[in-house]
Design a protein around this ligand. Sequence first.
Ligand code: SAM
Length: 246
Amino acid sequence: MPSPIRFHLSLVGAARQWWQDGIEQHGFWRTLWKFLREVWGFLLESTPERRRRRYGDVEYDWDYRVDTTSATISFRDRLLGTFHSPYQATEPSLFHEMVSSLNIDYRQFTFLDLGSGKGRTLLMASDYPFRKIVGVELLPELHRVAEENIRKYRSGRQKCFALESICADARQFVLPQEPIVLYLFNPFPESLLKQVMVKLEHTIRDGPVSVYVLYHNPLLEPILVKSTVLKKIGGTPQYVVYRSAA
Ligand SMILES: C[S@@+](CC[C@H](N)C(=O)[O-])C[C@H]1O[C@@H](n2cnc3c(N)ncnc32)[C@H](O)[C@@H]1O
Protein backbone atom coordinates (compact mmCIF):
# COMPACT_ATOMS: atom_id res chain seq x y z
CA MET A 1 0.00 0.00 0.00
CA PRO A 2 1.48 3.43 -0.88
CA SER A 3 2.46 5.84 1.86
CA PRO A 4 0.07 8.68 2.67
CA ILE A 5 0.36 11.76 0.47
CA ARG A 6 0.28 14.92 2.56
CA PHE A 7 -0.90 18.04 0.86
CA HIS A 8 -2.56 21.31 1.48
CA LEU A 9 -5.85 21.95 -0.23
CA SER A 10 -6.62 25.53 -1.06
CA LEU A 11 -10.14 26.69 -1.76
CA VAL A 12 -8.98 28.79 -4.69
CA GLY A 13 -7.04 25.84 -6.16
CA ALA A 14 -10.03 23.52 -5.76
CA ALA A 15 -12.37 26.05 -7.36
CA ARG A 16 -9.93 26.65 -10.25
CA GLN A 17 -9.55 22.91 -10.89
CA TRP A 18 -13.34 22.43 -10.74
CA TRP A 19 -13.82 25.31 -13.20
CA GLN A 20 -11.17 24.02 -15.67
CA ASP A 21 -12.60 20.48 -15.62
CA GLY A 22 -16.07 21.93 -16.18
CA ILE A 23 -15.00 24.08 -19.13
CA GLU A 24 -13.20 21.11 -20.73
CA GLN A 25 -16.22 18.88 -20.44
CA HIS A 26 -19.24 21.12 -20.68
CA GLY A 27 -18.12 24.51 -22.08
CA PHE A 28 -18.37 27.95 -20.47
CA TRP A 29 -22.12 28.53 -20.12
CA ARG A 30 -23.01 25.12 -18.73
CA THR A 31 -20.13 25.36 -16.26
CA LEU A 32 -21.25 28.81 -15.16
CA TRP A 33 -24.79 27.48 -14.69
CA LYS A 34 -23.47 24.51 -12.68
CA PHE A 35 -21.33 26.88 -10.59
CA LEU A 36 -24.31 29.09 -9.71
CA ARG A 37 -26.37 25.99 -8.87
CA GLU A 38 -23.62 24.67 -6.56
CA VAL A 39 -23.31 28.05 -4.80
CA TRP A 40 -27.09 28.20 -4.37
CA GLY A 41 -27.12 24.63 -3.02
CA PHE A 42 -24.31 25.48 -0.61
CA LEU A 43 -26.16 28.54 0.70
CA LEU A 44 -29.35 26.51 1.16
CA GLU A 45 -27.41 23.84 3.07
CA SER A 46 -26.07 26.58 5.35
CA THR A 47 -29.46 27.65 6.71
CA PRO A 48 -30.07 26.77 10.41
CA GLU A 49 -32.90 24.36 9.44
CA ARG A 50 -30.68 22.34 7.05
CA ARG A 51 -27.82 22.36 9.56
CA ARG A 52 -30.17 20.98 12.22
CA ARG A 53 -31.38 18.29 9.80
CA ARG A 54 -27.83 17.04 9.23
CA TYR A 55 -27.81 15.86 12.86
CA GLY A 56 -30.34 13.25 11.72
CA ASP A 57 -27.44 10.87 11.01
CA VAL A 58 -25.97 11.05 14.52
CA GLU A 59 -27.44 7.83 15.95
CA TYR A 60 -24.50 5.71 14.80
CA ASP A 61 -22.13 8.05 16.63
CA TRP A 62 -24.11 7.74 19.87
CA ASP A 63 -24.04 3.96 19.62
CA TYR A 64 -20.27 3.72 19.08
CA ARG A 65 -18.96 6.96 20.64
CA VAL A 66 -17.41 8.13 17.39
CA ASP A 67 -17.76 11.21 15.17
CA THR A 68 -18.97 10.37 11.68
CA THR A 69 -21.85 12.82 11.30
CA SER A 70 -21.90 15.35 8.48
CA ALA A 71 -23.40 17.90 10.89
CA THR A 72 -20.09 18.98 12.43
CA ILE A 73 -18.10 19.59 9.22
CA SER A 74 -16.44 23.02 9.25
CA PHE A 75 -17.61 25.78 6.90
CA ARG A 76 -14.34 25.57 4.93
CA ASP A 77 -14.53 21.80 4.47
CA ARG A 78 -18.15 22.04 3.38
CA LEU A 79 -17.13 24.65 0.83
CA LEU A 80 -14.24 22.44 -0.35
CA GLY A 81 -16.74 19.59 -0.57
CA THR A 82 -18.75 21.67 -3.04
CA PHE A 83 -15.82 21.51 -5.48
CA HIS A 84 -15.05 17.83 -4.84
CA SER A 85 -17.98 16.00 -3.31
CA PRO A 86 -19.77 16.95 -0.08
CA TYR A 87 -19.27 14.62 2.87
CA GLN A 88 -22.20 12.44 3.76
CA ALA A 89 -21.93 9.20 5.70
CA THR A 90 -23.49 5.95 4.52
CA GLU A 91 -26.56 4.82 6.40
CA PRO A 92 -25.69 1.66 8.43
CA SER A 93 -28.59 -0.63 7.46
CA LEU A 94 -28.03 0.07 3.77
CA PHE A 95 -24.30 -0.53 4.14
CA HIS A 96 -24.87 -3.95 5.71
CA GLU A 97 -27.43 -4.82 3.02
CA MET A 98 -24.83 -4.00 0.33
CA VAL A 99 -21.88 -5.80 1.88
CA SER A 100 -23.78 -8.89 2.94
CA SER A 101 -25.23 -9.18 -0.58
CA LEU A 102 -21.73 -10.11 -1.81
CA ASN A 103 -21.39 -13.84 -1.96
CA ILE A 104 -17.64 -13.87 -1.21
CA ASP A 105 -15.06 -15.13 1.23
CA TYR A 106 -14.34 -11.74 2.88
CA ARG A 107 -10.97 -13.00 4.17
CA GLN A 108 -9.59 -12.93 0.62
CA PHE A 109 -10.52 -9.29 0.01
CA THR A 110 -9.34 -5.80 0.89
CA PHE A 111 -12.22 -3.40 1.47
CA LEU A 112 -11.31 -0.09 -0.16
CA ASP A 113 -13.44 3.05 0.18
CA LEU A 114 -12.32 5.81 -2.20
CA GLY A 115 -13.60 8.99 -0.62
CA SER A 116 -13.94 7.60 2.89
CA GLY A 117 -14.62 10.84 4.78
CA LYS A 118 -14.72 10.40 8.55
CA GLY A 119 -14.43 6.64 8.06
CA ARG A 120 -17.86 5.33 9.04
CA THR A 121 -17.77 2.69 6.28
CA LEU A 122 -14.36 1.53 7.49
CA LEU A 123 -15.77 0.92 10.97
CA MET A 124 -18.87 -0.83 9.60
CA ALA A 125 -16.79 -2.97 7.21
CA SER A 126 -14.82 -4.23 10.21
CA ASP A 127 -17.90 -6.30 11.19
CA TYR A 128 -16.81 -8.57 8.31
CA PRO A 129 -13.58 -10.58 8.32
CA PHE A 130 -11.92 -8.61 5.47
CA ARG A 131 -8.17 -9.13 5.00
CA LYS A 132 -7.78 -5.41 5.56
CA ILE A 133 -9.78 -2.22 5.30
CA VAL A 134 -8.48 0.95 3.68
CA GLY A 135 -10.06 4.37 3.24
CA VAL A 136 -8.72 7.12 1.01
CA GLU A 137 -9.88 10.64 1.85
CA LEU A 138 -8.95 13.91 0.19
CA LEU A 139 -9.71 16.35 3.01
CA PRO A 140 -7.06 16.24 5.77
CA GLU A 141 -9.51 17.21 8.52
CA LEU A 142 -11.92 14.37 7.66
CA HIS A 143 -8.99 11.93 7.44
CA ARG A 144 -7.78 13.07 10.89
CA VAL A 145 -11.24 12.41 12.37
CA ALA A 146 -11.32 9.00 10.64
CA GLU A 147 -8.02 8.06 12.29
CA GLU A 148 -9.40 9.12 15.65
CA ASN A 149 -12.56 7.07 15.02
CA ILE A 150 -10.53 3.98 14.13
CA ARG A 151 -8.60 4.41 17.39
CA LYS A 152 -11.75 4.81 19.52
CA TYR A 153 -14.05 2.26 17.88
CA ARG A 154 -15.12 -0.69 20.03
CA SER A 155 -17.65 -3.29 18.96
CA GLY A 156 -18.27 -6.87 19.98
CA ARG A 157 -19.00 -7.63 16.31
CA GLN A 158 -15.62 -6.45 15.02
CA LYS A 159 -13.85 -9.12 12.95
CA CYS A 160 -11.20 -7.13 11.08
CA PHE A 161 -8.66 -5.05 13.01
CA ALA A 162 -6.40 -3.98 10.12
CA LEU A 163 -8.03 -0.61 9.46
CA GLU A 164 -6.31 2.36 7.87
CA SER A 165 -7.32 5.83 6.64
CA ILE A 166 -5.01 7.41 4.05
CA CYS A 167 -5.05 11.11 3.24
CA ALA A 168 -4.68 11.25 -0.54
CA ASP A 169 -6.33 12.31 -3.74
CA ALA A 170 -7.90 9.23 -5.34
CA ARG A 171 -6.40 10.50 -8.62
CA GLN A 172 -2.92 9.65 -7.32
CA PHE A 173 -3.77 6.62 -5.22
CA VAL A 174 -2.24 3.41 -6.55
CA LEU A 175 -4.78 0.61 -6.36
CA PRO A 176 -3.44 -2.52 -4.66
CA GLN A 177 -2.88 -5.57 -6.89
CA GLU A 178 -5.07 -7.81 -4.78
CA PRO A 179 -8.72 -8.84 -4.56
CA ILE A 180 -10.70 -5.71 -3.72
CA VAL A 181 -14.19 -4.75 -2.70
CA LEU A 182 -14.23 -1.16 -3.95
CA TYR A 183 -16.79 1.04 -2.27
CA LEU A 184 -17.91 4.29 -3.89
CA PHE A 185 -20.50 6.62 -2.41
CA ASN A 186 -20.60 9.24 -5.12
CA PRO A 187 -17.18 10.58 -4.26
CA PHE A 188 -16.18 11.98 -7.64
CA PRO A 189 -17.30 14.11 -10.53
CA GLU A 190 -17.56 12.44 -13.94
CA SER A 191 -13.99 13.12 -15.14
CA LEU A 192 -12.41 11.71 -12.00
CA LEU A 193 -14.64 8.64 -11.89
CA LYS A 194 -13.56 7.91 -15.48
CA GLN A 195 -9.87 8.16 -14.46
CA VAL A 196 -10.42 5.85 -11.49
CA MET A 197 -12.23 3.33 -13.69
CA VAL A 198 -9.33 3.30 -16.16
CA LYS A 199 -6.95 2.56 -13.27
CA LEU A 200 -9.26 -0.14 -11.98
CA GLU A 201 -9.42 -1.79 -15.41
CA HIS A 202 -5.59 -1.89 -15.53
CA THR A 203 -5.48 -3.41 -12.06
CA ILE A 204 -7.99 -6.09 -13.04
CA ARG A 205 -6.17 -6.89 -16.32
CA ASP A 206 -2.61 -6.78 -14.95
CA GLY A 207 -3.39 -8.93 -11.90
CA PRO A 208 -5.58 -10.48 -12.89
CA VAL A 209 -7.44 -9.80 -9.67
CA SER A 210 -10.99 -10.25 -8.54
CA VAL A 211 -12.76 -6.94 -7.95
CA TYR A 212 -16.24 -6.14 -6.70
CA VAL A 213 -17.57 -2.59 -6.95
CA LEU A 214 -20.29 -1.41 -4.61
CA TYR A 215 -21.55 1.86 -6.01
CA HIS A 216 -23.92 3.64 -3.65
CA ASN A 217 -26.27 6.27 -5.16
CA PRO A 218 -25.03 5.41 -8.65
CA LEU A 219 -25.59 8.70 -10.45
CA LEU A 220 -22.76 8.06 -12.91
CA GLU A 221 -23.46 4.37 -13.53
CA PRO A 222 -23.18 4.76 -17.35
CA ILE A 223 -19.40 5.01 -16.82
CA LEU A 224 -19.37 1.55 -15.23
CA VAL A 225 -21.74 0.17 -17.86
CA LYS A 226 -19.14 1.03 -20.53
CA SER A 227 -16.42 -0.97 -18.78
CA THR A 228 -15.22 -4.01 -20.68
CA VAL A 229 -13.90 -5.77 -17.58
CA LEU A 230 -16.77 -5.21 -15.16
CA LYS A 231 -20.24 -6.67 -15.34
CA LYS A 232 -23.29 -5.83 -13.31
CA ILE A 233 -24.39 -8.56 -10.94
CA GLY A 234 -27.05 -6.84 -8.88
CA GLY A 235 -28.43 -3.75 -7.28
CA THR A 236 -31.44 -1.66 -6.30
CA PRO A 237 -32.30 1.98 -7.05
CA GLN A 238 -29.99 2.89 -4.14
CA TYR A 239 -26.90 0.97 -5.20
CA VAL A 240 -25.40 -1.27 -7.87
CA VAL A 241 -22.95 -4.15 -7.65
CA TYR A 242 -20.39 -4.91 -10.35
CA ARG A 243 -17.70 -7.57 -10.47
CA SER A 244 -14.69 -8.21 -12.63
CA ALA A 245 -15.75 -10.31 -15.57
CA ALA A 246 -12.81 -12.74 -15.50
C1 SAM B 1 -20.39 11.23 -0.09
S1 SAM B 1 -18.91 11.23 0.89
C2 SAM B 1 -18.82 9.49 1.28
C3 SAM B 1 -18.11 9.19 2.60
C4 SAM B 1 -17.96 7.71 2.93
N1 SAM B 1 -17.48 6.95 1.80
C5 SAM B 1 -19.25 7.09 3.41
O1 SAM B 1 -19.90 6.46 2.59
O2 SAM B 1 -19.61 7.23 4.59
C6 SAM B 1 -17.65 11.44 -0.39
C7 SAM B 1 -16.26 11.71 0.16
O3 SAM B 1 -15.33 11.69 -0.96
C8 SAM B 1 -14.29 12.61 -0.66
N2 SAM B 1 -13.57 12.94 -1.91
C9 SAM B 1 -13.98 13.77 -2.91
N3 SAM B 1 -13.06 13.82 -3.89
C10 SAM B 1 -12.05 12.99 -3.53
C11 SAM B 1 -10.81 12.62 -4.12
N4 SAM B 1 -10.43 13.13 -5.30
N5 SAM B 1 -10.00 11.75 -3.47
C12 SAM B 1 -10.38 11.23 -2.27
N6 SAM B 1 -11.54 11.55 -1.65
C13 SAM B 1 -12.37 12.42 -2.26
C14 SAM B 1 -15.04 13.79 -0.04
O4 SAM B 1 -14.17 14.64 0.69
C15 SAM B 1 -16.06 13.05 0.84
O5 SAM B 1 -15.55 12.84 2.13
